[in-house]
Design a protein around this ligand. Structure first.
Ligand code: PHE
Ligand code: ZN
Length: 876
């Protein structure tokens, strides 16, 4: 483990590397506990570095075996090697070859960073700082090198040997049971994009012909017997490759593209050059085992990693402060891809829901940080919703401001200027400024200022003049390290909806507003819309054009009107959600719900609207989650009161619309064999939403319907939602159904994860004991990140009443797990601890309990830097 008190690293301290690596030849002799790694670095002094600087290579827990310079062994005082560093104080020349041999133990690697074993296969994870756990190296993203990798292993143990780039040679090692393969990657890359895989794996193959005629061999490697489950991923890969050519003019650049699915992985997937490694959750799918959400997750993650080939690999990041340069942009690209493949408005709604749930809560709490942070202690803790999801929103706003053509021109210039380089956010923004001639300096504040801006908007109608004045005030709340903020440039898409439900012309001082977007750039600003013949209802922030909290003077009646008529589908969704949210807030604060007719009316209209697709209806009618209500309440939150209000509102809607839901349930029944496409998935979503509302009171009929669906389902979406309905109710059917589900899928770890999650989400005091029991279940393992996330992670993140039990037992349980896990896998432990990020919004008793639990963590000796950093900042 590294130092317990890591130093803060500051963006302003960035210095160019002192030494460059022109090429690196790696040789791995794989062995379960003693893998020998030989690396030959062609080092060259960087003219831009500090004159006379020593060679300092990063390491992390390494054992040095041998060192040679230009082929001659060296010893003694000419170098210094610690587990964490290799220093040559007096380099022999300004260019030389350094040969380093290290021994690593992949079996003992439970952090899943560096070279480790999963299901007895070998694999690597190097982003962000895992390569230094394999060999000494300048392990920073601005050192780009050409990698050649020879991998050797026992042929029986690892018949498959994979590396980055193209396969150049393979064969048997004479007179032994071992064999080898040599991979060469012609594209210079930083060490974090290095990967190798060795093991017993099955392959599914396909090919792709690029626009310019390159034939690319595609391979997806999975455990034997799971080949049939990789078909959807392969299809998504080919669609992604085509889309990037069409939407961004980007072609693939090697002869091979391989994906390997592994069962033990800290994150979703990794974009290593030509050899993506995936959490198998984002590869494997069959109708029986994967939900519609799983299918769309696979499509999105496959696309995301593939798109990194240009945004991340061909153009990489200068330093880790620039993480959003590749992540925000690549999330934007994968979201656009899925929007084109599916329903754009429905995708937007799902993305905004996820943004608010994860990023807005982050921005509102002690872990808030800018999209491009300026300081960190542990970079692993900055793979966050802010860097990824808000980072994507910033790119989307850029597109909104510059228009389709301007945005494309900026992207083209960015690729042209920086291909082969390690770039910065300044480089990225300058490409758009230079391509379009626009000054983007105020816009760039989106990268630097943390916190979610609040836009307060009110309207004034002047019947005589036919004008409508919109008064807009913006304020960015204080966040850690940033007490005061400057006004931001906010693209506000809007429409003025007339009494007939249609958009009135949008003109400022008689000049039509282009694309329906006005730019808010000052702390207070007024917009005078002219040429109107009736009082409009403003539809604001259409399509969620800016990631802001909007406070408007719209009435409940205005919202019912917008929910029924707004031409912008996102705002129809938003209007009904806002109606529900206001009711839930009042309900949670006062203990009783206000009148619910407005919501019922809006919901009835949406359900009956034949122009809307099923997926949209399902999104619009799904009430805001408990987390969303808590975030909106912002302080003194009692999760039990939120839960009670939400339950009461669900009962009110379910009862009032029982007939409509029953009709919908029947009408949305499957009409043919299962297909994961978006429109079939939308029908299932609406049918399952109806099932849930019909069972909401726990009355026998609704439970029986869920039970019947559970037994008869021919796909996982229908089966798991029926089971979810049953588990939410204290009924005898619950345990029987859980047992039946387990018996059916016990051999399928990814499905058992869903079984863990459903039980972790039960809003009842017995849940904590249930989870403790499940941690002893043979299917559970603290060593596997997916298991930990599905049981303990789901509890902390999605069961607010039980995690925040008033007696503090939920908090103590989670911090105990964090402390146990920390010595095995600090990254997963730190992520789990980050679920405390909203604790300050709780009412005093629960807030004190969370704070006590966090203090106990913070005071524990020997913490990993990962967990120490989260504990300190959360308390900060
Ligand atoms: N770079 C990966 C992605 O977003 C995420 C990741 C980070 C994976 C760190 C592993 C380790 O595509
Ligand atoms: Zn990514």
């Amino acid at each position: 483990m590294r130092d317990a008190e890591p130093k803060a690293i500051h963006l302003s301290d960035y210095r160019a590397p002192d030494w460059l690596v022109d090429k690196v030849d790696l040789d791995f002799s794989l062995h379960p506990s003693q893998t020998r790694v030989t690396s030959k670095l062609s080092l060259r002094r960087n003219p831009a570095g500090a004159p006379g600087a020593p060679v300092v290579l990063n390491g992390d827990g390494l054992t040095l075996v041998r060192l040679a310079i230009d082929g001659k062994p060296v010893a003694g005082p000419s170098f210094e090697a610690t587990p964490d560093r290799l220093t040559l104080a007096h380099p022999p020349a300004d260019a030389f070859v350094l040969e380093v041999e290290t021994l690593v133990d992949p079996t003992a690697n439970t952090q899943l960073m560096g070279l480790y074993r999963t299901s007895s296969n070998y694999c690597t994870q190097c982003e962000p700082e895992g390569f230094r756990r394999i060999t000494y190296y300048p392990d920073r993203p601005d050192v780009l090198s050409v990698f050649t990798t020879r991998v050797e292993a026992d042929e029986a143990e690892a018949p498959v040997l994979l590396g980055n780039g193209n396969l150049v040679e393979s064969g048997k090692v004479d007179d032994t049971s071992r064999h080898y393969a040599v991979w060469h990657d012609p594209w210079p890359k930083p060490s974090y994009l290095f990967a190798l895989v060795g093991g017993r794996l099955a392959k599914i193959s396909d090919s792709f012909l690029t626009r310019s005629g390159r034939e690319v061999e595609l391979g997806i490697y999975v455990e034997h017997g799971k080949e049939a489950r990789a078909g959807y991923a392969m299809d998504a890969l080919k669609r992604s490759m085509r889309w990037d050519e069409e939407a961004f003019g980007r072609e693939y650049d090697l002869d091979v593209f391989n994906i390997v699915a592994v069962s033990d992985f800290n994150m979703g997937a990794m974009e290593n050059k030509g050899l993506n490694v995936f959490n198998d959750k984002y590869v494997l799918a069959t109708p029986e085992t994967a939900t519609d959400a799983d299918y769309s997750g696979i499509e999105g993650v496959i696309a995301h990693e593939y798109f990194h080939n240009w945004t991340g690999n061909r153009i990489t990041c200068r330093d880790w402060f620039q993480l959003c340069l590749k992540e925000g942009l690549t999330v934007f690209r994968d979201q656009e891809f899925s929007s084109d493949e599916r329903s754009r408005p429905v995708k937007r709604i799902a993305d905004v829901r996820a943004l608010k749930a994860a990023q807005f809560t982050e921005d509102q709490g002690p872990l808030a940080h800018p999209v491009r942070p300026e300081t960190y202690r542990e970079i692993n803790n900055f793979y966050t919703a802010t860097v990824y999801e808000k980072g994507a929103e910033v790119v989307r706003m850029l597109k909104t401001l510059l228009g389709e053509a301007g945005f494309r021109a900026g992207m083209d210039l960015y690729f042209e200027r920086h291909d082969g380089e390690a770039a910065t956010i300044e480089d990225f923004v300058a490409s758009f400024a230079d391509a379009t001639g626009r000054d983007l300096s105020q816009f760039a504040l989106w990268y630097a200022q943390s916190g979610t801006p609040v836009l307060t908007v009110s309207g004034a109608w002047d019947a005589e003049a036919g004008t409508y004045r919109l008064d807009v005030a913006q304020e960015v709340p204080p966040t850690p390290g940033q007490p005061t903020k400057k006004p931001m440039l906010i693209p506000l898409a809007l429409g003025l909806v007339g009494p007939d439900g249609r958009d009135q012309p949008l003109a400022l001082g008689n000049v039509p507003v282009e694309n329906g977007v006005v730019e808010v750039s000052e702390a207070r600003q007024s917009f005078l819309f002219t040429g109107l013949d009736a009082r409009p209802v403003p539809s604001l922030n259409r399509g969620f054009s800016a990631p802001v909290n909007l406070v408007s003077d719209l009435t409940e009646a205005d919202r019912v009107f917008l929910a029924a008529h707004d031409a912008d589908p996102f705002n129809r969704f938003d209007a009904i959600q806002r109606i529900a949210l206001e009711m839930l807030k009042t309900g949670a604060r006062t203990g009783s719900l206000p009148a619910t007719e407005a919501l019922v009316t809006a919901a009835r209209a949406i359900l009956a609207d034949t122009t809307l697709d099923a997926a949209f209806k399902a999104q619009a009618l799904a009430l805001p989650g408990e987390g969303e209500v808590a975030r909106e309440l912002a302080k003194d939150v009692d999760p039990d009161a939120v839960f009670a209000a939400r339950k009461a509102l669900r009962i009110a809607v379910g009862t009032a619309l029982e007939g409509a839901f029953a009709t919908t349930y029947a009408a949305m029944a499957a009409t043919g064999p299962f297909s994961p496409d978006a429109s079939s998935a939308g029908r299932r979503a609406l049918r399952n939403l109806s099932l849930d509302f019909l069972a909401v009171t726990g009355a026998a009929e609704g439970i029986a319907r869920a039970k019947a669906q559970f037994g008869a389902a021919d796909n996982m979406t229908d089966r798991i939602t029926a089971l979810a309905v049953l588990t939410q109710h204290e009924v005898p059917e619950r345990e029987a159904a859980l047992q039946a589900f387990y018996d059916r899928f016990e051999r399928d770890a990814l499905v058992i994860d869903k079984w863990f999650t459903l039980q972790a989400q039960i809003a009842a005091p017995s849940t904590l004991e249930r989870i403790k029991d499940l941690m002893l279940h043979p299917a559970f393992s603290l060593g596997n990140p997916n298991r930990v996330r599905s049981l303990v992670g789901a509890f902390a993140a999605t069961n607010p009443t039980q995690f925040n039990r008033a007696d503090g037992a939920g908090h103590d349980f989670v911090t105990d797990v964090v402390l146990t896990l920390d010595s095995k896998n600090p990254q997963v432990a730190a992520r789990l601890l980050a679920s405390f990020k909203t604790f300050r919004q709780l009412e005093p008793v629960r807030r004190a309990s969370a704070e006590r639990a966090l203090r106990k963590v913070a005071e524990t000796p020997g913490l990993s830097p990962d967990v120490a950093d989260i504990a300190t900042r959360a308390l900060g």
